[in-house]
Design a protein around this ligand. Sequence first.
Ligand SMILES: Cc1cc2nc3c(=O)[nH]c(=O)nc-3n(C[C@H](O)[C@H](O)[C@H](O)COP(=O)(O)OP(=O)(O)OC[C@H]3O[C@@H](n4cnc5c(N)ncnc54)[C@H](O)[C@@H]3O)c2cc1C
Length: 357
Amino acid sequence: MKIAVIGAGPAGATVARILHDKGYTVTLYEAQKSFAVKPCGWAFPVLDRDEKREPIFDLVKEAVLWEYTGYKMYLDNQLVYHSSNRLLGYILDKPKFIEALAGDTPTRMGVKATYRGNGIVVTGSGDSERFDRVIIAGGFPMQPRNLEKILALQYWVRTSRVEEPDFPELYFYSDMIGYAWIFPENEKTLRVGIGGYASRDKLLALLHELMKSKKYIADGEKTKFEGAYVTVSGIDWDLASSTDPYYVGESMGAVMPATGEGIRLGMWTAIALARSIVNGTSYVDELKKIRVIRFMRPHRLMVEKLLKMSPETRKQFLMKTPEESLLRISLGRATVSDFLKIASRPEILKAIISDLL
Ligand SMILES: Cc1cc2nc3c(=O)[nH]c(=O)nc-3n(C[C@H](O)[C@H](O)[C@H](O)COP(=O)(O)OP(=O)(O)OC[C@H]3O[C@@H](n4cnc5c(N)ncnc54)[C@H](O)[C@@H]3O)c2cc1C
């Protein structure tokens, strides 16, 4: 069976690789001349038990640039949580990671591809080829409908000494849904960015204020500035039901709505699609079997609730949520019962009720 995969991000490279290894004739198209050009923080949470069972996630360990053993969380610039002594996640060398994912799958780099229907894929130079299956993996620009997105902006900074390189820092604001991040990638370089439900000007103002407040960042050299959208709708189940073409990754909304985490989610959709093609099962059923995909719905509901809260209630929510729950939310692993536990805490319940009165 001949399969075209359009887009070599984490989702496309994963599905192409698994199917290639299973003996399918796969062509992976990537519009850029190199992997991982799209803006990204390159952060990846520590592997959980499901990921440890999937061989493709072994490649994560080979691409680790930096490990995080704690994190710091701020609300309106006040430190509210500081956890340590626990492996929480990694910064990956994303170009190396995607190259490893693609492996020896035949890949056409620097070739923009368009799906014309009836299995026909046309490239920018006008070549066309017919495939039995076509998989769209081009990220948010290839969504066939307008899924809800927020803007994210990011600087790459080189500095003489990162203050606490083992700890990523997350900055929340009571008047904005979203967060800013400082993701060190070693002792001298880091990415500092922000994403949220706000205008570009407001996001930039908050980001610049944060950068100014950290002397080592303010004095550092800004080597790159970039921006892109992050999908926050959750999976679009109509797109998940499509078989001509199939969709994986962010092109179908597979990004954790509360955190913007898309690398791992994209890989899981790719694994689900590969299982469906190899076993002749339904893609939607395969997606629903995956735990992290099931966690997306409560995370999305939490965002919807936060959007409706007053800044004061949001502040209470963030201040009173137990650290373990906040950690599970930031790792994309909070369940419905976690959210029920948070909502039933007296201080949060009181704040929610006062919003309703
Ligand atoms: C600023 C920012 C920071 C982020 N930080 C993180 C983070 O730290 N951790 C995390 O997990 N997620 C993060 N995300 C989200 C994450 O980057 C994406 O959700 C994830 O990369 C999506 O993977 P994907 O494979 O679906 O698509 P993409 O990574 O977008 O890959 C799609 C690929 O398809 C190619 N392509 C597009 N159209 C065509 C075409 N017509 N023909 C051929 N190729 C095409 C593109 O060039 C691209 O390489 C961040 C996003 C932003 C914007």
